[in-house]
Design a protein around this ligand. Structure first.
Ligand SMILES: Cc1ncc(COP(=O)(O)O)c(C=O)c1O
Length: 408
């Protein structure tokens, strides 16, 4: 890990403290791996590293039409400031979608945010005091670790297995740490692709109720299910009703460039989050909200999500098939039922960060797993995204990776 300050400053040997910056930024770190991956935009590169939705699958025509309609229907309104909690129309559309997805919601339960990343950052500011403990599933979404730490949290990992976070381990850690909150990604998690089983959702909701901590349920991937039954969101369980915040996103079902997300929370928390949001960006872009509302109401979104599911399922299958054929003996990986990621572990105590430079020279990229851990990383792991490339390129990329790993 390197200091987040620009290289020039680092080269001059100045720390954040010497530059009179806030104490909290001295804890911020930018990863060497991420910096390395950011430099590799070569067209020949087959990247399993990005968490990006496939650009070739964006509904460019539909989104273009949505913006045209939004602008021509009421130009004076869509170019004006608008309420902090979001437009009534979009909150209504989001509440309807949440209700359909087994989370009964009213428009007033919902606050629109600038991506779900902002919903997460605002929630952290509302719930975390400097030094408060927040529990996370280990490993977890890197930018959640950053948002929580920036808010002052002491982040503590809880072990997980194939069914997700382990309730017995959670109970032990909760009794020891008395956390303010638990953060988790219940469906097709980033980075592991794992889904939290239905009985575990109930067990975790009960623990939240008994021990009085918040559950931050971050669910950008839930709608990208290829097979199997969807489980009810944790936030829909009665035990968690007054203790959970549900975060959703337009990024994986629509397009991330719109930067649209939402937060569903009990009234008292939602009000506080609304005041914090006001101080940060007043509101999310009015015109983007109007376009997204049109898109959600136009009837285009459901066939589009169906298309994404079918295409991503084909890409996942290509990845699983090629992994089975090409990876060295002893390598293990999971079979996610949806989402964008496969989590792989090499045999023994290989450090995948040391494999990465050689992989990049062979024009294939992945994310070494260590960055996703709050502590004690398993360095033999890596995250592979199957979303971005079509099946033929996925197979070619894994052939390159297998050669780097000495197999294939
Ligand atoms: C688990 C998780 N939460 C939140 C986000 C942020 O998404 P958004 O584009 O809605 O800000 C991502 C993005 O990759 C993610 O993987």
């Amino acid at each position: 890990m390197t200091d987040v300050l620009p290289d020039d400053d680092a080269a001059a040997g100045q720390s954040a403290r010497e530059l009179l910056m806030a104490h909290r930024v001295t804890r911020l770190a930018s990863s060497v791996v991420r910096d390395l991956l950011a430099m590799t935009q070569r067209p020949a590169l087959i990247s399993f590293a990005g968490g990006l939705p496939a650009p070739d699958l964006f509904d460019v025509a539909g989104l273009g039409l949505a913006f045209e309609r939004a602008i021509t229907s009421d130009p004076r309104r869509v170019f004006q400031y608008s309420p902090t909690e979001g437009s009534d129309q979009l909150r209504t559309s989001v509440a309807e979608r949440l209700t359909r997805n087994r989370l009964p919601s009213e428009p007033d339960d919902v606050l629109i945010t600038t991506g779900s990343q902002q919903a997460l950052a605002l929630t952290a500011l509302a719930l975390v005091d400097t030094g408060s403990t927040v529990l996370v599933e280990e490993p977890t979404y890197l930018a959640a670790l950053q948002a929580l730490q920036l808010a002052g949290a002491r982040v503590v990992g809880v072990p997980s297995d194939e069914e997700g976070l382990e309730p017995a381990a959670l109970e032990r850690v909760v009794k020891r740490e008395r956390p303010a909150a638990l953060y988790l990604v219940p469906n097709f998690a980033n980075p592991t692709g794992k889904t939290l089983s239905a009985p575990r959702r109930v067990a975790i909701a009960r623990l939240a109720h008994e021990h009085g901590f918040w559950v931050i349920e971050d669910d950008p991937y839930g709608e990208l299910r290829f097979e199997g039954e969807a489980h009810a969101p944790l936030s829909s369980l009665p035990e968690a009703a007054d203790r959970s915040v549900y975060l959703g996103s337009f990024s994986k079902i629509g397009a991330p460039g719109l930067r649209l997300g939402w937060l569903r929370a009990p009234e008292a928390l939602r009000r506080v989050v609304c005041v914090i949001k006001q101080s940060i960006d007043l509101h999310t872009s009015t015109v983007d909200q109007a376009a997204a509302t049109w898109y959600l109401q136009s009837g285009r979104i459901d066939p589009h999500v169906e298309l994404l599911r079918a295409k991503y399922a084909g890409r996942r299958n290509a990845m699983l098939g090629a992994l089975g054929e090409l990876m060295p003996p002893g390598t293990t990986w999971n079979k996610p039922e949806g989402g964008m990621f496969v989590w792989l572990r090499l045999k023994g105590d290989v450090d995948t960060a040391e494999v990465l430079p050689r992989a990049l020279s062979s024009n294939v990229a992945f994310v070494p797993g260590a960055a996703f851990y709050s502590s004690s990383p398993d360095r033999a792991t890596m995250r592979l995204s199957f979303a971005t490339h079509p099946p033929r390129e996925i197979v070619e990329g894994l052939r390159r990776l297998a050669l780097v790993l000495g197999a294939g």
